[in-house]
Design a protein around this ligand. Structure first.
Ligand code: LLP
Length: 420
């Protein structure tokens, strides 16, 4: 049995700790399923990113869709990060932290009129536009509001990010952005948009990308376009390369942030503008675990099942992307035999699993398991399916911990519903 650890989530005397706090103690207080995050992991990842790009003019906008708990957003805001928001709801959350709206970027392939209006009202740094029609609409709304909208066009560079098809966004067959030709035409039509100031150009080619080359290919294409736009007389302030940097969930090949910086900085230096990054997963994924209790062990035919109290409604990634999350007991014991099993939840779907055909130490019922790398796209994608209450979230900072979201109550489940 392999045990994954990192600087902030590791075993001491065979017991799993998040920073200075014993996971078992947190479970005694808060029960399971339970999300636990390491604040210092988040901070270290942010600083590592900052340091890697210290020699160029850049800015990080945390993609809060990865983990939008107010305290998590606030951790990054306190470090000086901006925030990339993908809806009015995320904008609402971001503003709750007291962030200066000039540190917010408004994204989304399908913004409603209301979202655009809200972005302008709050005076966000930049609204990304993903179609010519959207540029026209932003212009109309800004005109009515007597404002000038700062806009970046999201360009789809048609590059294969070689990641799961559901999280690949930079191919021309994907719904995102516009192709380079269309983007150039829109920038050239700028005189038609009296209430728009084009301040940037943007891309985001996908998520959990484990090699640098798709990024470099896409950035190369975008920088050619950037230069062409400059030749046309428009100097853009921001070159936004999105997020997408992959992390290690298991033993996959990946690259370090320094390697990413080494390979991209020469390209950025040619542009002489501010580079914007929107990392989400890189900052949060390996700073979180989901702790679950084993309810039952059983065998159907030849197949072993470990039935736990966390399910697809708590962590959806395995079910929809066949994503790998390492699962390990919170108490290490080498003396036990390994089995091959499916780790499954109580939801009434065969797609409800956290691991399939996984080699794992045979657990006993009542034992606690940690589902690793659950800090990104975990809680944010949770639901109340099957009438399940969402788990609490605890943030550990050294020897202190705080509940940053309580377990939902039964009343949450029927909030604002009516019997007629
Ligand atoms: N910027 C934009 C415009 C994005 O759409 C995303 C993610 C990011 C930044 C951050 O990407 P990251 O650095 O986290 O890879 N639910 C999926 C991931 C979806 C990502 C969507 N967009 C998952 O669980 O793998």
């Amino acid at each position: 049995m392999q045990y994954l650890e990192n600087q902030n989530i590791k075993y001491k005397n065979n017991q799993l700790y998040v920073e200075g706090i014993n996971v078992d103690d947190l479970v005694k207080e808060f029960g399971t399923p339970l999300y636990i995050y390491s604040k210092n992991h988040f901070i270290n990842q942010y600083k590592e990113f900052e340091d890697a790009f210290s020699q160029i003019k850049h800015k990080i906008f945390y993609a809060m869709k990865a983990n939008f708990n107010l305290s998590v957003i606030n951790t990054f805001v306190n470090l000086g990060s901006g925030v990339d928001v993908n809806s009015e709801g995320e904008l609402f959350r971001a503003l709750k932290t007291g962030i200066d709206p000039s540190k917010i970027i408004l994204t989304s392939v399908g913004k409603t009129k209301n979202e655009i209006k809200l972005g302008l009202e709050k005076n966000v740094l930049m609204i990304k536009a993903e179609s010519e029609e959207e540029v026209e609409l932003i212009n109309q709304i800004a005109e009515k509001m007597n404002k000038v909208a700062r806009v970046a066009i999201r360009v789809n560079p048609d590059v294969d990010a070689k990641t799961h098809p559901y999280i690949s966004t930079g191919l021309s067959s994907n719904k995102f952005g516009v192709d380079s030709k269309t983007a150039l035409l829109i920038y050239k039509r700028r005189k038609d948009f009296s209430n728009i100031q084009f301040t940037g150009i943007d891309m985001h080619i996908g998520s959990q990308i484990t090699s640098v080359s798709p990024f470099v290919d896409a950035m190369q294409k975008l920088s050619e376009l950037y230069i062409e736009i400059e030749k046309d007389g428009l100097k853009l302030k921001h070159f936004d390369v999105g997020g997408g940097i992959g992390v290690k969930y298991n033993n996959e090949d990946s690259f370090s942030i320094n390697e990413f910086a080494e390979k991209t900085i020469p390209l950025f230096k040619k542009l002489n503008c501010e580079i914007i990054f929107e990392p989400g997963r890189f900052l949060t994924a390996n700073g979180g675990i989901l702790v679950t209790e084993v309810l039952y062990n059983k065998k159907n035919g030849d197949k072993n099942f470990i039935i736990v109290d966390a399910a697809m409604n708590d962590l959806l990634r395995p079910s929809i992307y066949q994503a790998y999350h390492h699962i390990q007991p919170i108490n290490k014991s080498d003396a036990r035999k390994n089995i091959i099993a499916n780790v499954v939840g109580p939801v009434c779907e065969s797609g409800d699993y956290l691991a399939r055909d996984r080699e794992i130490t045979q657990p006993t019922s009542g034992e606690l398991l940690a589902v690793m790398s659950a800090g990104a796209y975990g809680m944010v994608m949770s639901s109340n399916y099957n009438g399940r209450r969402r788990p609490p979230e605890v943030l550990v900072d050294g020897n202190k911990y705080s509940v940053i979201r309580n377990r939902e109550t039964f009343d949450h489940l029927i909030y604002d519903e009516k019997i007629i």
